[in-house]
Write a protein that binds this ligand. Structure first.
Ligand SMILES: [Ca+2]
Length: 58
């Protein structure tokens, strides 16, 4: 297999895992999610430029 394919698969798994963690952790109440967008609020506070909806948070 080409190296580029392995890199792409790795990146997809990494991003998918983060999204999966965010949705599962907020849906189950493991992480605080006051604005109910399935993104843990601490991540939104850490990256306010990525998550525009973080304006909902103080
Ligand atoms: Ca949130």
């Amino acid at each position: 297999m080409d190296d580029i394919v392995i890199v792409i698969i790795g990146a997809v798994i990494l991003v998918g895992g983060v999204i999966l963690y965010a949705v599962i952790s907020t849906a189950t109440g493991m992480e605080e999610d006051e604005n109910n967008n399935y993104i843990p609020d601490w991540i939104e506070r850490k990256f306010p430029s990525i998550f525009k909806s973080s304006k909902d948070l103080d």
